[in-house]
Write a protein that binds this ligand. Structure first.
Ligand SMILES: Nc1nc2c([nH]c(=O)n2[C@@H]2O[C@H](COP(=O)(O)OP(=O)(O)OP(=O)(O)O)[C@@H](O)[C@H]2O)c(=O)[nH]1
Length: 156
């Protein structure tokens, strides 16, 4: 990871002048009944306790799809089937400039196991869990558009 590291509290910050975009692979697991999986960010990470879609940073030499397959095994213990790239969203956080590659996934094998002490919840609109990570909010809006859902997509 290149970028300027700035000591800040208990965690270094990625970014600074000329900060590099961090590619992130994000999995939107959708069940047959339309429910989608949200997970909470584990303790020790930025935005701990916020709800998001599972995924993580793309490592050097990996494609988004490869990163997604690896992250979902590592984080939630499932092996995913076909990956359907959906939308890309750029979010400028104080801690990083991220490029979120949201991919829909309809098939997976294995039981859900939260390997990082997260919580998980199958959700429909409006989502019940909160707080929702800022980078997750647009996805809820895309779902609302797709599903003809009117009203607030989440609390807060
Ligand atoms: N996984 C995930 N990350 C998201 C979402 N929305 C969003 O803004 N992000 C941001 O994308 C980045 C993903 O990094 P991460 O911390 O989950 O990645 P990672 O598992 O590789 O973690 P690590 O390398 O810090 O241990 C974070 O800055 C996170 O705030 C989302 O829906 N899912």
């Amino acid at each position: 990871m290149t970028g300027v590291l700035v000591a800040d509290g208990d965690r270094p910050r990625e970014g600074g002048p000329g900060r590099k975009e961090v590619e992130v692979a994000v999995g939107v697991l959708v069940r047959g009944d339309g429910a989608f999986l949200l997970t909470s960010r584990p303790e020790g990470k930025v935005y701990a306790g916020y709800w998001e879609f599972p995924g993580g940073k793309v490592e050097a030499g990996e494609t988004v799809e490869q990163a997604l397959r690896r992250e979902l095994i590592e984080e939630i213990g499932v092996e995913i089937g076909a990956v359907h790239p959906w939308r890309v969203e750029r979010v400028d956080y104080p801690h990083a400039l991220v490029r979120l590659n949201f991919c829909k996934v309809y098939e997976w094998t294995g039981e859900l196991h939260m390997h990082e002490g997260q919580q998980c919840s199958w959700e429909t609109l409006p989502v019940k869990v909160q707080p929702v990570l800022p980078g997750t909010v647009p996805v809820l809006k895309w779902f609302a558009e797709e599903r003809g859902f009117a009203g607030a997509t989440h609390a807060g």
